[in-house]
Design a binder for this molecule. Structure first.
Ligand SMILES: NC(=O)C1=CN([C@@H]2O[C@H](COP(=O)(O)OP(=O)(O)OC[C@H]3O[C@@H](n4cnc5c(N)ncnc54)[C@H](O)[C@@H]3O)[C@@H](O)[C@H]2O)[C@@H](O)CC1
Ligand SMILES: Nc1ncnc2c1ncn2[C@@H]1O[C@H](COP(=O)(O)OP(=O)(O)O)[C@@H](O)[C@H]1O
Ligand SMILES: [K+]
Length: 491
């Protein structure tokens, strides 16, 4: 998995990497700038475009200067606006400043007329991970101006003003696209920062994962290539028992849809047998839209030990007796998936938390998580709090949203890369519950069930949204689950 290296270690990482490859830091800057300009050329093919590059005094500004030179070579019309006298800038900035060709218009910020021609592109290379205070003075005024421009805005590595690990305080550049080097900086994944980050892309600048691992902390990014190796393979003679027997509990009157979506998602994720226990007096009367799902009675103290996995909570309602929930946890006594109304029940009855089976997977969205642990200031605090919850209670906490966080009981924090805004639709969380429960029932470790479930749920959402966009509904996500197996090469 890709380590998310902390901002304050990146300088050291760059230096050590350059030494290990027998290159200079300015060569590495060239590799980064090359990756940026290649991305630029393949996404903005019209060479008659005017490009404005804004360069700060450090290596982010150095990248900007190198990018300006490379784009000029490729035929764009480039203007560089810089802020600081060159002798006060970083060494690699100076090298690139001296390489700016005459064909690039070079203007100091205090002499710039503030004009940006219609249809231009702005590149922000003012500050990256070296930001050490809030933006002020002339830079503040220019960022303000850029933010109100109608031009397309790109940020190099990090939008100026965003700290690498914490939430922005004051002004920051509003990028339409952020092209970050090698791995995402943590703050690029915060929901508070979406308006600054825009569309996030990772650019490979040649630093291999093994080298990055030397600088790893507790945060990682889940990518496509991390999924295949976590899957079990089944063979020609596998029978439905091998694929697991799972039970989904939830669905009060009027909320049957939720547990029905979870159950159907579990079937599509590969479960051999899916049972559903809705919260009705006479469950056997209920017609499910999917005939493959079997209705089960848990109220009658049915034997839960025959189940390989249980997912509990979708649409369960708010009238559940906490002792009943407790009895399910105690009777089952294996990792289970806990979602929605079951999480609310835990929030209202904190004494129940110690009965949650070890390594269970809890899947709150941000509001449900706050109900569980109290109000939080921002996402940075939420991440810490989710991780603490997972460690202290020996559970896996899946904090849902864009870049869903999987907080593991050993303290690792995994951030998801798949999914999009079209997944913010009723029932899409119920689908996730069904998917994770299914993998758990197929014999995956809770960690792998959570990782594969979260990643493939996002991937299925991406696939479904190609044709449906904002018209996508949760059952469209379910229909695409089988395609995720094909796409990932999983048998
Ligand atoms: N592997 C990587 O990630 C690579 C990173 N490179 C670039 O190097 C950047 C980091 O470079 P630096 O460490 O020089 O940092 P920056 O270029 O982000 O900024 C540091 C400079 O800005 C000043 N500064 C910080 N905050 C300020 C503020 N609010 N107002 C005024 N001045 C302020 C600092 O005193 C320092 O002089 C990365 O973000 C990336 O763009 C690339 O060149 C090479 C590869
Ligand atoms: N902007 C987004 N990007 C990626 N995934 C998203 C986004 N918005 C929502 N999702 C995903 O959609 C699901 C929504 O779940 P939840 O909030 O529980 O909805 P519901 O209660 O309607 O089922 C989560 O898995 C979440 O990660
Ligand atoms: K920047």
């Amino acid at each position: 998995m890709l380590p998310i290296v902390k901002g304050n270690r990146i300088k050291e990482l760059d230096q050590q990497f350059a030494v290990s490859k027998n290159i200079t830091s300015v060569d590495l800057m060239e590799q980064a700038s090359d990756a940026f300009s290649n991305w630029f050329c393949s996404n903005f093919e019209d060479r008659s475009l005017s490009v404005y590059v804004f360069c700060g005094s450090g290596n982010n500004g150095g990248d900007g200067l190198a990018i300006a030179r490379l784009l000029d070579q490729k035929g764009y019309s480039v203007t560089v606006v810089y802020f600081e006298d060159v002798q006060l800038c970083s060494e690699d900035y100076q090298s690139n400043f001296n390489r700016i060709p005459e064909s690039v218009t070079l203007v100091k910020a205090d002499a710039w007329d503030g004009e940006i021609a219609e249809g231009s592109i702005i590149i922000d290379a003012v500050f990256g991970v070296g930001l050490n205070r809030a933006i002020g003075g002339a830079i503040h005024n220019i960022i303000d101006l850029l933010n109100s421009s109608s031009a397309i805005r790109l940020a190099v590595d990090l939008p100026t003003g965003l700290p690498a690990e914490s939430v922005v305080d004051g002004l920051a550049f509003h990028a339409d696209f952020t092209l970050t080097f090698q791995f995402p900086k943590l703050s690029l994944l915060f929901p508070e920062h979406i308006k600054f980050v825009g569309e996030l892309h990772l650019l490979d600048i040649g630093i291999d994962d093994e080298f990055l691992e030397k600088f790893q902390g507790n945060s990682f990014y889940i990518r496509k290539q991390d999924i295949l190796g976590r899957h079990k393979s089944f063979h020609r003679f596998s029978h439905k028992g091998d694929f697991g027997r799972v039970l989904l509990i939830g669905g009060a009157p009027g909320k049957l849809g939720a547990v029905s979506l979870s159950s159907y998602a579990a079937l599509r994720t590969g479960s051999g047998l899916v049972f559903c226990a809705p919260e009705f007096e006479e469950p056997l009367e209920i017609q499910f839209p999917y005939e493959e799902i079997m209705v089960y009675q848990t109220r009658a103290n049915a034997d839960l030990s025959v189940m390989d996995a249980i997912g509990i909570g979708p649409g369960w309602g708010n009238a559940i007796d906490p002792d009943y929930f407790l009895s399910i946890m105690v009777r089952f006594d294996k990792p289970m998936v806990i979602d929605a109304d079951a999480l609310n029940l835990l929030a209202q009855n904190p004494k129940l938390i110690k009965y949650v089976p070890e390594n269970s997977i809890l899947t709150p969205h941000l509001k449900e998580f706050e109900r569980l642990v109290g109000k939080m200031e921002d996402h940075s605090e939420r991440i810490e709090s989710a991780s603490l919850f997972a460690v202290e209670n020996k559970v896996i906490l899946v904090l849902k949203g864009a870049h869903t966080l999987i907080a593991l009981p050993d303290g690792r924090r995994l951030f998801n890369s798949s999914g999009n805004q079209y997944m913010a639709t009723a029932g899409s969380g119920d689908v996730l519950t069904g998917m994770i429960t299914s993998f758990l029932g197929q014999g995956y470790t809770p960690e792998n069930a959570a990782i594969c479930g979260v990643y493939q749920h996002g991937l299925a959402g991406e696939m479904a949204s190609v044709a449906k966009r904002r018209g996508m509904i949760a059952s469209d996500i379910i229909e695409k689950i089988p395609d995720t197996f094909i796409d990932l090469g999983i048998k």
